[in-house]
Structure formats: structure tokens, C-alpha cells
Design a protein around this ligand. Structure first.
Ligand code: FES
Length: 105
């Protein structure tokens, strides 16, 4: 998937209710109660969730229903969370996966 830097691929039809703020790679992002982390990721200027382990290509949420696993990211320190199934909550910290995951020893 190609991304054009700085161009939003998705945006809400209305201004998001600024009730919830999450952090994506250390950058605050507005979110609304009831939406998923993947939905917030797709509204960002860089709407990807992970880099592939082999080619380091960017992948973004795709199916939005827990089937494709393209939306995996780290959420509050937990790796490989399907962000399309994870509702946002205030103060949530999201980190995009960058390449191969390490196994805990
Ligand atoms: S977007 Fe397909 S599993 Fe999350």
C-alpha cells in the first residue's frame, strides 16, 4: 500500500468529540468513545500500524473485523494487539510495530 505523506486518507465527517486523547508513537491523537484504535490510526497523516518483518513495508488496518491481522500494534505495552478490535480509552499508548517482534526470554 502506498502512502502519500501528509495527505489524510480518512477523516471524520464531523469534528471528533475531543473527549479522549490517545498517544500514537508519542504523538497525541484525538479519539471518540466507542471507536477503535485502528480507526484512529487510519485518520493519522501516516495511517500505518506496522512494518512487515521481512521487507519493512508499511501495513495498515484493512478488514476492520479481526480477520487480516494487518492492524497489529503495541497497545499499553502489550504487543500484537488487533487494533481494529480494541476500543480506545483515555491515555492509551499505542506504538506501531517496526519489523520483527522479539520473543521474551
Ligand atoms: S484490520 Fe484486519 S484484523 Fe484488524
Amino acid at each position: 500500500m502506498l502512502f502519500t505523506k501528509g495527505v489524510l486518507m480518512f477523516q471524520k465527517l464531523h469534528e471528533p468529540d475531543p473527549g479522549i486523547t490517545i498517544e500514537i508513537d508519542g504523538v497525541p491523537a484525538a479519539a471518540e468513545p466507542g471507536e477503535t484504535v485502528a480507526a484512529v490510526l487510519l485518520r493519522q497523516a501516516e495511517p500505518w500500524s506496522r512494518l512487515t518483518p521481512v521487507t519493512q513495508s508499511k501495513r495498515a488496518p484493512y478488514c476492520m473485523m479481526g480477520v487480516c491481522f494487518e492492524c497489529l500494534a503495541e497497545v499499553d505495552g502489550v504487543a500484537s494487539v488487533q487494533t481494529c478490535l480494541k476500543p480506545v480509552c483515555h491515555g492509551m499508548r499505542v506504538a506501531r510495530h517496526r519489523g520483527r517482534r522479539r520473543l521474551a526470554t
